[in-house]
Design a protein around this ligand. Structure first.
Ligand code: ASP
Length: 625
């Protein structure tokens, strides 16, 4: 039999009661986490968002309450009325925050029953993620998940406050709109009233935020949902949240300053002191030093070890002397057996003409000096595992492999990238041995334990870095044309404008990325604000006037009505929260995520719709059988 709530009002949250509350009359409401029946005494662990309190139902004191206590099962919803008292010394539970007190109940109301859940919110680790996602409402009751969403709230709030205090206004942009230029596929929404026409869900608020600058809004931000119909990859979500902002009359330093302020505030809200300003590196330098444009600075980068080899040695080892020869070390791994080394091979991508050496014993037999010098140049200690990555002279790629003045060629990039990927794969594989990632974990745990009052030092655990000077264009071999490396509204460096047509590959874009601990957190740019430049860029990208008008005509029109110089950035909120929660994937910090196969297991989406709905939308579905 269930009870009505009546006039009963909750007075406290379970997890907040302490010794100082002893003697207080309280009303608690929540879920039964656990029940222990000791005959005349029944103990209930009552759980709400704040934590757990122990309720004691004594048959002598409250025969009715005790009888109801016999009836409840895990996840029943109950209200307990009673008095806080100190536990007997031998009953104190130092592991519980409320472990020194308990509630001597005088009344227990059973507000609702519950079916037996497929797992209990008090289980620490639930293996089957599909079950967690299907029963997300049970999963979200777990303290860890409650903590993640509280953290997400605090981080978002801190970002809003920081941006507001920096003069930004939060303005919403449409969800039903027109295709935006981020390069992914659009999600389309058919229009009922305009047969055969479609809205697109925004891949980002890009065009609207630029128009807000034309509109004189000066500084805009939005915690914006973005939709990209991308091919499925682990840890990608089709919809995700960005901290999106745009400002008028900035140089990129101003954008960096704004972001550093709100990142500092966000980290502080999570209990971590993040030093600012963040270091900067150019794209080319990042490729040379880390083999990636999202470097993880927690581990040593790549070293140029070309000088360790004579030309003869390179020839014998079948290494291309014209390409970089780099080495990296994974600290603390120790010497690996041949079998162990072979197990690493699948982690290396040799498709683009890179090869590696990791057998130093063999190398030392034929080229003892080279072997010793490589380790020296890489700064390797005895226990560090060292790998050399170089170019394969027998590999030829089709691309126009010209060397641009002062820039890396595609083949060079391929060698660096192969080294960078291998480095990060091995760093993951040997995480236990080098311990660098553990520092981050320990910092997160300490921050959560101490709360925002007394932030822990984040300098060793979190490594933000700005990347600048990206190439403006990338040559897409498949499509056989130049593509924007960022999006087509990114401004080229003024100094490089003259080369737009003659030498597009040498043009640098005034765009920037923020990376942290090997993750790309986001990117942005100074935008093109002049129509003539915009037209030139479209021309360089092979986008015809007609096509440009069709896709972005309204924006091109707006550009002609007094567009201020402007620029901005968008950072992935989910990723920031994931880092600060110490979570292994994005689904841990998104309340209702989709699976890696793009399915919402709880709501059962996507799904078929009725004939009637399709008819109203003027749509006929033709499935290939
Ligand atoms: N709209 C861009 C993106 O989503 C960010 C920006 O340029 O501000 O990547």
């Amino acid at each position: 039999m269930l009870d009505f709530l009546g006039n009963l009002e909750r007075t406290h949250l379970c997890g907040t009661l302490r010794v100082a509350d002893a003697g207080k009359q309280v009303v608690l409401m929540g879920w039964v986490n656990r029940r222990r029946d000791h005959g005349n005494l029944i103990f209930l662990d009552l759980r709400d968002r704040s934590g757990i309190a122990q309720i004691v139902l004594d048959k002598e004191l409250t025969p009715e309450g005790h009888a109801r206590g016999e009836q409840v099962r895990p996840e029943y919803v109950v209200a307990a009325v009673g008095k806080v008292r100190l536990r007997a010394p031998d009953a104190i539970n130092p592991k519980m925050e409320t472990g020194e007190i308990e509630i001597e109940a005088t009344e227990l109301l059973v507000l609702n029953d519950a079916r037996l859940a497929p797992f209990s919110p008090s289980e620490e680790a639930i293996q089957n993620e599909e079950v967690r996602l299907k029963y997300r409402y049970i999963d979200l009751r777990r303290p860890e998940m409650q903590r993640n969403f509280r953290l997400r709230h605090l981080i978002t709030l801190a970002i809003r406050q920081s941006l507001s205090s920096q003069g930004f206004l939060e303005i919403e942009t449409p969800i039903l709109t027109k295709s935006t230029p981020e390069g992914a596929r659009d999600f389309l929404v058919p229009s009922r009233v305009h047969p055969g026409q479609f809205y697109a869900l925004p891949q980002s608020p890009q065009i609207f935020k630029q128009i807000l600058m034309i509109s004189g809004c000066d500084r805009y931000f939005q915690i914006a949902r973005c939709f990209r119909d991308e091919d499925l990859r682990a840890d990608r979500q089709l919809e995700f949240t960005q901290v999106d902002l745009e400002m008028s009359f900035p140089r990129r330093d101003h954008v960096f300053g704004v972001v550093e302020q709100f990142m500092k505030a966000a980290f502080a809200a999570a209990g971590v002191a993040l030093p600012i300003p963040f270091p900067r590196i150019t794209y080319d330098e990042s490729m040379r030093q880390y083999g990636t444009d999202k470097p993880d600075l927690r581990l040593p980068g790549l070293s140029d070890v070309r000088a360790a080899f004579t030309d003869d040695a390179l020839a014998t080892l079948q290494i291309d002397p014209a390409l970089p020869v780099v080495a990296f070390r994974i600290p603390g791994v120790g010497e690996l057996s041949r079998k162990e080394r072979e197990e690493n091979h699948p982690l290396f991508d040799s498709k683009k003409g890179a090869k590696f050496l990791d057998d130093f014993k063999r190398l030392a037999k034929s080229f003892p000096e080279s072997a010793a010098r490589v380790r020296e140049l890489a700064g390797a200690a005895e226990v560090d595992f060292v790998i050399v990555v170089a170019g394969d002279p027998n590999h030829h790629i089709k691309a126009s492999d010209t060397k641009f003045p002062g820039r890396l060629s595609e083949r060079e990039i391929n060698v660096y990238a192969a080294a960078g990927n291998f480095r990060s794969e091995l760093a993951k594989k040997y995480a236990d041995r080098h311990g660098a990632f553990r520092v981050t974990e320990e910092t997160v745990v300490a921050a959560h334990a101490r709360g925002a009052q007394d932030p822990v030092d984040g300098a060793q655990a979190f490594h933000p870095i700005w990347l600048t000077d990206f190439p403006m264009f990338e040559y897409d071999l498949g499509l056989g044309k130049w593509m924007p490396a960022h999006h087509p509204f990114t401004a080229p460096y003024e100094a490089d404008m003259a080369n737009l047509v003659s030498d597009p590959a040498s043009v640098r874009a005034d765009c920037y990325d923020l990376a942290m601990n090997g993750l790309e957190l986001g990117s942005g740019s100074i935008r093109i604000h002049r129509k003539d430049v915009q037209q030139q860029i479209f021309a360089s990208l092979g986008i015809s006037d007609q096509e440009a008008r069709k896709r972005f005509g309204f924006f091109l029109d707006a550009l002609e009505y007094g567009t201020p110089p402007h620029g901005g950035i968008a950072l992935g909120l989910d990723r920031i929260v994931m880092l600060l929660a110490g979570a292994a994937n994005l689904r841990e910090v998104i309340a209702f995520p989709k699976t890696a196969k793009a399915i919402d297991l709880m709501a059962d989406a996507p799904t078929t719709v009725t004939e009637q709905q399709l008819k109203e939308l003027h749509i006929r579905v033709a499935l290939k059988s």
